[in-house]
Each structure stands twice: as structure tokens, then as C-alpha cells.
Design a protein around this ligand. Structure first.
Ligand code: BGC
Length: 756
């Protein structure tokens, strides 16, 4: 035997041993989820299947400690671990302290959905998703119950703060970025609430009567974009009914559309007690499982019993049961709980606070800035008014709430930024807030009414300061819609304060800035002329004071834009007449009579001037748009639209470029303009330019023709408009579609609702 032969043989032997071991491990670790799930289902008893299809009635220890929202069921006999699921869209919602434990378990309150969407920055939103998902993973949770992306049909929806936009293109793309970020950590997201959970009034039972076209083009479209671009692990069906049936009972929705048309691969879970009746004790489990609502959350005994009975009687097909079990188990297989991930309980909260500060500032929208009132100059002394300045609102209430360690107030943020504040006012508000009585949720609702400053006092404040900053705060919550009076409209004391402060400060030649620390749209028309500048700060998360200070001082140049319309008055909103449904005293049915003309689509159709239009937002600098170029004047396989953006002002800044399109008229009415693309430039220095390119796909051209159950791009001329808002159109061109294109035939769904 030669030396060569021996070493070769040895090498081969080593290779075989190593590769054998590798194969053994890889078989164990990489056994496809589907095979594993199938083999487990084959071994499960009927009772185990019924249990798996319902959330676990018994919390496992960790879920209990976390006070997470729920778990899937453990089947220890088969080595199936429970997965922990917890809210929500603005960050992980878990309990911060545990019995007999000195450690704290805080999480980051990231900016709320509306604030994130207003950045129009998908890369930044993805980064926020990554940070959120990292906290989910490091606290041992498998699935985050978010993002929420229902359409902001009415300014009054109590959960609008969790959602992204009145427009499905914005909502879908922001949601996709968020999900991609979360899931990069190897934990799951739950895209919710599918579908049309657009109001909180009677949310558990309201029947939303919506035409198929409006569903397809507005309410489903955003979910479609999100599902196709991000593959969420799970989707959460909504509480409400659509056209007579609970969404969790609808096969056309949960299977035909979600899975067959869009290719969804995960599992569907119900919202908590979704589809139940008889005081939340019963649900139509046969319809739910047959429809493809795979998991019933949080799981109630009667559902388990009903499932057993229906399986035994044959009313519920075992094939449907097995399919749902497999879908759940495929996700379990990849979950951190199943894989015993050793979570640290120690995510990098400091880094996430920094990111929150950045994202919160980037989502702020400068609505007004007369005579360059902003940014503040270094020497400016500030009179900081209202409780929301000293105790700002980081986010909304309900499952979208987060238990953060600290919320940075505006006085804190401004002082840290070196801005001098009027001490008499900071002392006054600090003392006011120190009364335990005021430490309630509605502190800025009720008790602040008592605070009034008389003329002499305001005169003195105006003499002693350069600028007044008035922060208007609003909080809203899950389960409750907002009111028009004292919520959508300003309260009397707020109006009075804006009026009095501006009277005295303007008389002294000083500026007035209003900061809106709100989660949803409010009325601005009646008072906006009294302020020199208005900064819509939203509810930008726990670093609110720092983010606001960054923008007010010019450290960050505002680049957020509105993802919804601010009407002059509530009644101008296209859905106002029909919201929240009939009968008015206790709505049972909500008729979506505005059809596809939601938000700016409706304002433009009726030619109603808004207070601030969709897509609007100012900067401390200016941008020019030039060199619009279409890759072709005839549409064949997509068109690329490019445009040059140049910073023509004095500050470095970012611009959001919005692409609108008007499709040719045909047998159906079409909106005057619809958003079909957007992009945000990098930070452009004064004088610097960037070419932005946006792609139009064939589906972007299509409208939904209900009679033909198809998405169709009509023949004719398509106008392309590049704008800085839906009204500020800078450049236009057009292209032609020479022949009508049937883009997609869909499954017949939703009998056409009779809503005329
Ligand atoms: C909400 C969901 C939430 C669930 C679990 C429900 O009331 O509608 O958004 O994820 O509770 O907390």
C-alpha cells in the first residue's frame, strides 16, 4: 500500500463519517416542516387535533409570566411544544415585572403605525421591524400579533393609530417592510385584521356591507401586497362580518383569495373570541375550520367540544382538520419554542431607543412653516404649553399599547438639546402633574380644562420668550371609536389656548408653534391660521420628546408626509355619512356606500378641498423635480418611470416622491388619481441630486371589473403624475395600452352587496 493510497482511503473514510454525521443532523434539523407536520398529524388522536385547533386554555409557565396574549397547544406525547403569541404593532407587549424577581422586562415603545407609515421609508420601517422582532425573540416569544393594516376609512376609528393609511398601496408596502423586518429574526408576524375591521363600534358583530370592487381595490389590496411581498407566518382574521358572514367563516376570503390567489403559506388565526356569539361562548367551528381559519384564539372549551362532535358526526371533514393542523405545525416546527432557543431576556433596549428616536422624527410631518418659524434658532427661549408637552403620549391604548421603561417628555428632550425653557411654565406644569389625582389616562382630557392663563400672564410670557410651543395631545384606544366633539374637533380650552397665546405672542412679534401629539386625524382648519408652524409629531414612541426636539431644532429636517387626508371638517370625509353604521344608536350594519372612493379618492371625486391633502408634508429645504422619463410610451411588460430630484434649498433633506396614475375611463368609474408608487431619496445635501426610479407593473394599471370577476387594464391613455403630494403634481407624462388586458381572473367571491 502506498502512502498516497493510505491517506486517500483515510480521507474518504473521514469524509464518509463526517458526511454521515452531517446527514444525520441535517435530516433531524432540516427535515422539511411539511413532512414533520404530516407525520405528527398522522399520530394525533381526534382529541389532540381538537386541542391543537384551539389556543391553549392552560397557559404554559412562560406565557403566564409574560402575560402574553396566548399560546398554541402543547402535545408533549408527540414532542410538540406550545408557541407563545403576543401583541402588538408598536412593540412587544409583555409584563415588566415578575413575582420574586428583581429583574425588569421592559420592551421598546416604537412609533405607532401611523407614524411609521408617515416616513414613507420602507428601509427604515424594516429596520424597526428587525428591532421589534429581536425583542420578541429575546423574550422568548414566537409570534408578534402585528402589524395591523386596516384601511383608515374614517378619521374616527379608534384604532387608526395602529394602522398605516387610507391608501392600500402605502399600507401594503409599509406592512411588507415591517413583516420582513420582524421575521428576519426567525420569529413570526401576524398580519391583521383580515379584513375590514375599519371601526371599533360594535366591532365583534358589525356587518360591513362592501361591494366586491371596493373590497378588492381598497380593503384587500393592501393585504395582497403585504402577503405577496413578505410571506407572513400568520394572518389574523377580523371580528366583523363582511356581507353577512363573519370573516372567520368565509372560505372565499381565507382560502380562495388568501391562499389560492395570493399564495399565502402560513396559518390563519382568529382574533380573540372572533366569530363567537351567545356572549362569546359559541362559534361556528365547522364553518371556521372548513373556511381555512386554522386556529381559534384564545380557545374556549365549547369550541373544543364542538370540534370533537363535528369530527365524530362527519359534519367537519377530517381532511379539513388535518390540513389546519398541518398548517399550524409547519410553523411550530420553525418556531423558537420548538427549537429550544436560549433567549437572553436582554435585548439591546438602548439601541432600540435610538432607532425609535430616529424613526419617530422621520415620521413627523411639517404641516405649516410660515416665515421659517422653524427650525428654532439656538438662542430662542421657549414657553412650553400644555400637559402633553410634559407628559406626552407615546402610543395608543389596548393591545397596541407597550410597557416601556420611560417616555421622554418634550421638556426633557428640548432641555437636553440645549433649548432654554421658561421656568415659570415648566415649574407650573411639573407641579400640576405631580398631583397623584392627575396621573390617570384622561389627564389631558378632563383635568386640563381647569388650566387657563390670564392676559397679564400671557403678556409676560410673550415678553420673556421668543417662541410659544403648544402641544395638543390625543389618545385613543382599541374597542372604542373617537368622538367628533372634544376629540376630532379641538376642545374649547385648546382652541382658547391657541387663540390667546397667539394673540399675545404675535402682538409681541413672537412665534407660535403647535405640536400635534396625536394618533389619528383631527380638525385643523379652524385654528391653523393662528399658528406660524405646525408639526404633526404623531405618537412617535417612547422617545417622543427627543424626536420632537430633533425636528424643532433642525437636527433632523422633517421628511414625513401624510398617509391620509386631513379634512376641513369631519363631514367632508367620504365615509362620514355612513359611519359607523345603522341604526345610529346601535349600529348593526355598516354600508360602505362611498365604494372605492375612500380618502383622497373621494375628496378628488367630489372636488372637496381638504385642510391638508394626502401625501402632503413640508421640509426645511426645497426640492425640484426634473427629467421625467418613461421607459416606453407603449405598455408591454411594465414601465419604469424615472425622475431627478434636486435639493435646491439650504438644508440637507430627504424627499418623498409620489407616483400617481389616472387610468382611462371605461364601463366603470375610476378615481382621478391613485398612488401607484413611491420612494424616498437619501439625505441630499444642498445642490445634490438623485435619480429615483419606480416600476409600474400590469396589475398597477388594472381596476376590478366585478361583472367579469377580473382585474382588467383598459385600453387607452394612462396619465403618470409625479408629485410632492396628491395635489402638488410637479411633472406629468402618459403612456398607452393598445389592447385591453385581462390581468387576472379571480375566484367568484362576495355576492355583489346591495348598497345603493
Ligand atoms: C385585538 C387583536 C389582538 C388580540 C390579542 C384583540 O382584542 O383585536 O388585535 O391581537 O386581542 O390581544
Amino acid at each position: 500500500m502506498t502512502k498516497d493510497f493510505i491517506s486517500k482511503t483515510l480521507l474518504i473514510a473521514v469524509f464518509l463519517v463526517v458526511s454521515g454525521a452531517a446527514m444525520a443532523t441535517s435530516k433531524k434539523n432540516n427535515e422539511p416542516a411539511a413532512t414533520w407536520a404530516k407525520s405528527k398529524v398522522a399520530q394525533m388522536t381526534m382529541e389532540e387535533k381538537a386541542n391543537l385547533l384551539c389556543g391553549s386554555s392552560e397557559y404554559n409557565k412562560l406565557c403566564d409570566e409574560l402575560k402574553a396574549s396566548g399560546t398554541t397547544t402543547e402535545i408533549s406525547r408527540l414532542g410538540i411544544r406550545p408557541m407563545i403569541v403576543s401583541d402588538g404593532p408598536a412593540g412587544l407587549r409583555i409584563l415588566t415585572i415578575r413575582p420574586n424577581d428583581v429583574k425588569t422586562y421592559y420592551t421598546t415603545a416604537f412609533p405607532v403605525g401611523t407614524s411609521l407609515a408617515s416616513t414613507w421609508d420602507v428601509d427604515l420601517v424594516k429596520e424597526v421591524g428587525e428591532a421589534m422582532g429581536n425583542e420578541v425573540k429575546e423574550y422568548g416569544v414566537d409570534i408578534l400579533l402585528g402589524p395591523g393594516m386596516n384601511i383608515q376609512r374614517s378619521p374616527l376609528c379608534g384604532r387608526n393609530f395602529e394602522y398605516y393609511s387610507e391608501d392600500p398601496y402605502v399600507a401594503g408596502n409599509i406592512a411588507a417592510a415591517m413583516i420582513n423586518g420582524i421575521q428576519e429574526n426567525g420569529v413570526g408576524a401576524s398580519l391583521k385584521h383580515f379584513i375590514a375591521n375599519n371601526q371599533e363600534t360594535n366591532r365583534h358583530s358589525i356587518d360591513e356591507i362592501i361591494s366586491e370592487r371596493a373590497l378588492r381595490e381598497i380593503y384587500l389590496r393592501g393585504f395582497e401586497i403585504a402577503v405577496k411581498k413578505s410571506n407572513p407566518w400568520t394572518v389574523m382574521s377580523s371580528y366583523n362580518k363582511v356581507d353577512g358572514y363573519f370573516t372567520s367563516d368565509r372560505k372565499d376570503l381565507l382560502t380562495d383569495i388568501l391562499r389560492y390567489e395570493w399564495g399565502f403559506k402560513g396559518f390563519v388565526m382568529s382574533d380573540w373570541w372572533g366569530g363567537t356569539y351567545d356572549n362569546y361562548t359559541k362559534s361556528n367551528v365547522v364553518a371556521q375550520i372548513s373556511a381555512g381559519n386554522d386556529l381559534l384564539m384564545p380557545g374556549i372549551d365549547s369550541q373544543r367540544e364542538d370540534l370533537m362532535e363535528a369530527m365524530k358526526s362527519g359534519e367537519l371533514k377530517m381532511a379539513a382538520v388535518d390540513l389546519s393542523c398541518e398548517r399550524i405545525l409547519k410553523i411550530v416546527y420553525n418556531s423558537i419554542s420548538q427549537n429550544n432557543y436560549a433567549f437572553s431576556n436582554n435585548p439591546d433596549l438602548k439601541a432600540h431607543a435610538e432607532l425609535t428616536r430616529k424613526a419617530g422624527a422621520e415620521g413627523m410631518v411639517l404641516l405649516k412653516n410660515d416665515s421659517q418659524a422653524l427650525p428654532l434658532s439656538k438662542q430662542n427661549k421657549l414657553a412650553l404649553f400644555r400637559v402633553a408637552s410634559y407628559k406626552p403620549i407615546s402610543g395608543g391604548l389596548g393591545s397596541g399599547d407597550v410597557y416601556e421603561a420611560h417616555i421622554a417628555s418634550l421638556d426633557e428632550g428640548l432641555q437636553e438639546a440645549g433649548v432654554a425653557l421658561d421656568k415659570s411654565l415648566t415649574d407650573f406644569y411639573t407641579a400640576y402633574l405631580n398631583y397623584p389625582y392627575h396621573d390617570t389616562v384622561d389627564y389631558n382630557y378632563i383635568s386640563e380644562k381647569q388650566i387657563a392663563f390670564d392676559d397679564n400672564c400671557l403678556k409676560e410670557l410673550a415678553a420673556n420668550n421668543d417662541v410659544a410651543v403648544i402641544t395638543i395631545g390625543r389618545i385613543s384606544a382599541e374597542g372604542l371609536d373617537r368622538k367628533i366633539e372634544d376629540d376630532y374637533n379641538l376642545k374649547d380650552d385648546e382652541q382658547k389656548m391657541i387663540e390667546d397665546v397667539s394673540k399675545h405672542f404675535h402682538a409681541a412679534g413672537k412665534k407660535v408653534v403647535v405640536v400635534l401629539n396625536i394618533g389619528g386625524v383631527i380638525e385643523t382648519e379652524s385654528w391653523k391660521n393662528k399658528a406660524d408652524a405646525i408639526l404633526l409629531a404623531w405618537q412617535p414612541g417612547q422617545e417622543v420628546g427627543h424626536s420632537v426636539a430633533d425636528v424643532l431644532t433642525g437636527k433632523v429636517n422633517p421628511s414625513g408626509k401624510l398617509t391620509m387626508t386631513f379634512p376641513k371638517k369631519y363631514e367632508d370625509s367620504p365615509a362620514a355619512e355612513y359611519y359607523p353604521g345603522e341604526p345610529a344608536n346601535d349600529p348593526q350594519k355598516s354600508y360602505y356606500k362611498e365604494g372605492i372612493f375612500v380618502g383622497y379618492r373621494g375628496f378628488e371625486k367630489e372636488e372637496i378641498e381638504p385642510s391638508y391633502e394626502f401625501g402632503f408634508g413640508m421640509s426645511y429645504t426645497d426640492f425640484s423635480y426634473s427629467d421625467l422619463h418613461l421607459s416606453s410610451k407603449i405598455f408591454t411588460n411594465g414601465i419604469t418611470v424615472s425622475v431627478k430630484i434636486t435639493n435646491t434649498g439650504k438644508y440637507a433633506g430627504q424627499e418623498v416622491v409620489e407616483l400617481y396614475m389616472k387610468a382611462p375611463e371605461s364601463s366603470i368609474e375610476k378615481p382621478k388619481k391613485e398612488l401607484k408608487g413611491f420612494a424616498k431619496t437619501r439625505l441630499l445635501q444642498p445642490g445634490e441630486s438623485q435619480i429615483v426610479s419606480l416600476k409600474l407593473e400590469v396589475k398597477d394599471l388594472a381596476s376590478f371589473h366585478s361583472k367579469e370577476e377580473a382585474w382588467i387594464a383598459d385600453k387607452g391613455l394612462y396619465q403618470v403624475m409625479l408629485g410632492a403630494s396628491s395635489k402638488i403634481i410637479k411633472l406629468q407624462d402618459d403612456f398607452k395600452v393598445s389592447k385591453r388586458i385581462v390581468v387576472e381572473k379571480v375566484h367568484p367571491s362576495f355576492q355583489e352587496a346591495t348598497i345603493d
